[in-house]
Design a protein around this ligand. Sequence first.
Ligand code: GDP
Ligand code: MG
Length: 233
Amino acid sequence: MKLPTVALVGRPNVGKSTLFNKIVGKRVSIIEDSPGVTRDRIYQEATYNNKKFYLIDTGGIDTSKMDFNTEIKLQASIAIEEADVVIFIVDGKEGLTSNDLVVRDLLRKSNKKVIVAINKVDVKETKNNLYDFYELGFDNYIPISSIHNTGFIELMDEVTKDFKEVEEKEDTRCKFCFIGRPNVGKSSLINALLNENRVVVSPVAGTTRDSIDSILKYKKSMKISKSIHYLDQ
Ligand code: GDP
Ligand code: MG
């Protein structure tokens, strides 16, 4: 089953990457104060309430610097093409700009479900500018603060409304744990079993400090995978 795709679209510096990181739960996109930092489209798998989907952070669209923009515009068009749902992020602090209208025109043509996320609601300017955005002409407007998680649940409920829930399969794999005092050859044995150099083998006692999980497939015909748990004290 192909997972649904959600694209974050909006001009630079509106907070796409900040929201992207909130949704996927880790820092993948680069966040910077200067506009146009995220040049490449970034895809990540994300889950919200057992609903799985792909998330794309587009580079944003800005019409004031043409060279850069042609590229960014192209990226956003691709994202829009691939997405089932588009989160159109606007900067409430800055208010509605002519560049937002350019993005709006692109999105209108896409005929995709568009949710307007009015970001930076934590600053007072946003509250004053809020209603200007209704001029964009979409159905859904959700004020959010990507930094403070305000409106996050409301936004994500709307984004994933038509997505199917995926059942988490129980992990039935056998688990092995390798324990032994340092330097007895645990890592070498595991590497031999896994046939790869996943664990750092070192003659220095206590090299592997963390436990490491690896998946071992024993005999090609066997469907069950076995997990090896390696511990070093
Ligand atoms: P992008 O260019 O659209 O990806 O924007 P970024 O996520 O890189 O954010 C641009 C700037 O806006 C950064 O300085 C962020 O810290 C700031 N920012 C993002 N979200 C919020 C928010 O909810 N509130 C406020 N006040 N600032 C935000
Ligand atoms: Mg970015």
